[in-house]
Design a protein around this ligand. Sequence first.
Ligand SMILES: Cc1cc2nc3c(=O)[nH]c(=O)nc-3n(C[C@H](O)[C@H](O)[C@H](O)COP(=O)(O)OP(=O)(O)OC[C@H]3O[C@@H](n4cnc5c(N)ncnc54)[C@H](O)[C@@H]3O)c2cc1C
Length: 502
Amino acid sequence: MSTPAPQRKVAVIGSGIAGLAGAIRLAAQGLAVDVFEAEHTVGGKISEQHVDGFRFDRGPSVLTMPQYIDDLFRLAGEDPAAHIRYERLDPVFHYFFADGSRFQSHADRERFITALSELTVTRPEELRTFFHRAARKLELTDPVFLQRSLHRLRNYTDRATFRGLFHLGALQAFTTMDRANRRLLRDPRTVALFNQYASYNGSDPFQAPATLNLIAHYELGLGAYYPVGGMYRIAAELHGLAERLGVRFHLGTPVERILTERRRVTGIRVGGADLPYTAVLANADVHHVFRILLPDVKGPRLVLDRPRSSSVVVFFWGMEGTSPELGLHNLFLSGDQRDEYEHLFRAKNIGADPSVYVYISSKKNPADAPPGMENWFVMISVPPLSERTDTEAEMDKLRARAREAAITKLSRLLGRDVSAAIRVERTMDPRTIAQRTRSAFGSVYGYSSNGMLSAFLRHANFSRRVKGLYLSGGSVHPGPSIPLSLLSAKIASGMVVEAVGK
Ligand SMILES: Cc1cc2nc3c(=O)[nH]c(=O)nc-3n(C[C@H](O)[C@H](O)[C@H](O)COP(=O)(O)OP(=O)(O)OC[C@H]3O[C@@H](n4cnc5c(N)ncnc54)[C@H](O)[C@@H]3O)c2cc1C
């Protein structure tokens, strides 16, 4: 009688979006998967809270590429629409410029162009060129830089890569977003509007390569969506799908160590007990993985010690009354963007007039607030924790400044004292983010993209130093955000299946 093959087991560390997606992909391939999550709920940065009749999404709010979520249901042979539905947004954002002018970004391209060229001195051709270039950047980078590993030699030898490299000029990798935008767009408000897409991955438009102008194409070309019921539905529905595929979840169970023998994964340590696993798919921040979970392995310093992305302070305000001039997504732009980013990335502080983002999910989902009220998620970018801000007193000061700046700006541009309408208040800052998600230094988007080589300096989806260790999530290739984290899970889980077999 032949002996049965040993059960191949994979431990997933963390149930952020990439942990959930990785577990689903592995289980759909027939692997036995256990997910260990330090918190008592799944989702990582995608989370929600209920306070006195208000529901607040606590993390991401702008959803692009929902088809990557749908793919996971299809892999399991399920109909995504039976579980989660999305509404395409139009308008996408309500913009409030510092001079008091307002603009709504319409999903319809011509409507967008007409409205912005009527409001500003931007010519329609400038905008058409911007959109064409942004789309082209995504078309060139997607197959080469986003959909697969950048760290495998064999991925550099096919036509798509050569095409990408041949068209390096179109990527505008050697100039900054701000420089490229100023060269093309004559109106400073239009430049500011497109520059601010750098903040979508916690970067600085005055340092980040103009390649990142492709982010605008995700939102305005491919579309921004709202998941019916709120952002947390994404995590909750993927949790359900994973369980239906047989994934076992261990919530409130922090992993203490990744166990290795001769540089190969042998298991993990949880609650002092050593559990054997053939492979580990780490969804935790790569800094946490090497510095805390693998203290005896020298992590790649060039990768791990790079500057982190920015963080945020968020105020969750339950507001009395309703605001017809506001939509689901609202951005009150800084009047001095250069000063804003100088403070954020160089002085490690908040400038005199920071941009303020306000997300009101009760505009789409009235049940998120009591009748006649709204749930405001008010966000300001701040530096991640550092020697300058990691004392409690310093961080409290920064948070107080952010609150004052938000109230001043919103009150001025809305023409009323917004603080008078606040009935309920909760706060999130880099400390909370670091505690709840173990994101190093409380940064929101892993590492910053403030450099031409940043895409190449992100950690790979596998470890060269520890065999059997794979990595996914916003801190590794191809980068942060829901869609890119989902791609990281696809790449990393593909590697696990290749290595461990079915
Ligand atoms: C305020 C905010 C706004 C954002 N806005 C947007 C947006 O509008 N659109 C967008 O696309 N993205 C946005 N993002 C970014 C997006 O949320 C993240 O890029 C994405 O969710 C990262 O997911 P992840 O897979 O890296 O895991 P994370 O969400 O970072 O989760 C990692 C998980 O691992 C767990 N973990 C860590 N260490 C251990 C351990 N030792 N043992 C067990 N578990 C462990 C953590 O508890 C956590 O649950 C935003 C993020 C924040 C915080």
